[in-house]
Design a protein around this ligand. Sequence first.
Ligand SMILES: [Zn+2]
Ligand SMILES: [Zn+2]
Length: 258
Amino acid sequence: MNGMAPMLCPLPAFVFARSMRLLLGLHPQLGGSVYLCLNSLRMLKIDHFTFNPFAENTYVLSHPNGACLLLDPGCQSAQEEQALLDFFAERNLQPDAVLLTHAHLDHVFGVQFLHRQFKLPIYAHPLSKGMIERLPQICQMYGLPPAQCPMPSHWLNPEAGFDWQGEHFDLPHLPGHSPDHVALIHPDQGFAFSGDVLFRDSIGRSDLPGGNQEQLMESIGHLLNAYPDSMQVYPGHGPSTTLGRERKLNPYLSGRFS
Ligand SMILES: [Zn+2]
Ligand SMILES: [Zn+2]
């Protein structure tokens, strides 16, 4: 659209201007900058790193005020830890809390480091407790050095959701991959952190301790029934996707929820 457009438009100029404002997502009455400014005050930003031998996605959810929430911090090597510190410094971010979608080893390797550096509150589902206590032995089962993870300071209540920096998130309990699994969902801004429940073109394993295939399918069904196809999904491994794409194309769902 260029400067010629109003001349070609059969609508009176003020109607045209109003339509353009709506088209651009601007409020028809408020000054555009005010509306955009208010809107940008609330927009959360998502960045991610892929860490550790399991290629786990660690997400950094940033509020415009500079606070950031670390989801499933999986940094394990000194290099990976430094990459996170550099990122905080470059973006002028203040780590504010850690939240675990579940306490599998690949999702918690970096919790102790972040806790030591920043004394962050740690949020997890109550069923993560036993898994965190057994973490050193579980690491040894995988042939890895025995990692430690501090006990969460706050136990999540899925029914209450999660409130952070004035934003409310849904927090559905989604067992099947692991008993303590939750997703963190911002319905207004249309994104979900799905942990290891739903991936692009795949679903989580259900053959690990506490896993259950039927529960896993129920959990995926809950996501697909409760949220729109447009919802952006950020999984614990692999690229992001949308609920609609997985409903249609995910071979493990084979049309079951379409
Ligand atoms: Zn997992
Ligand atoms: Zn994982």
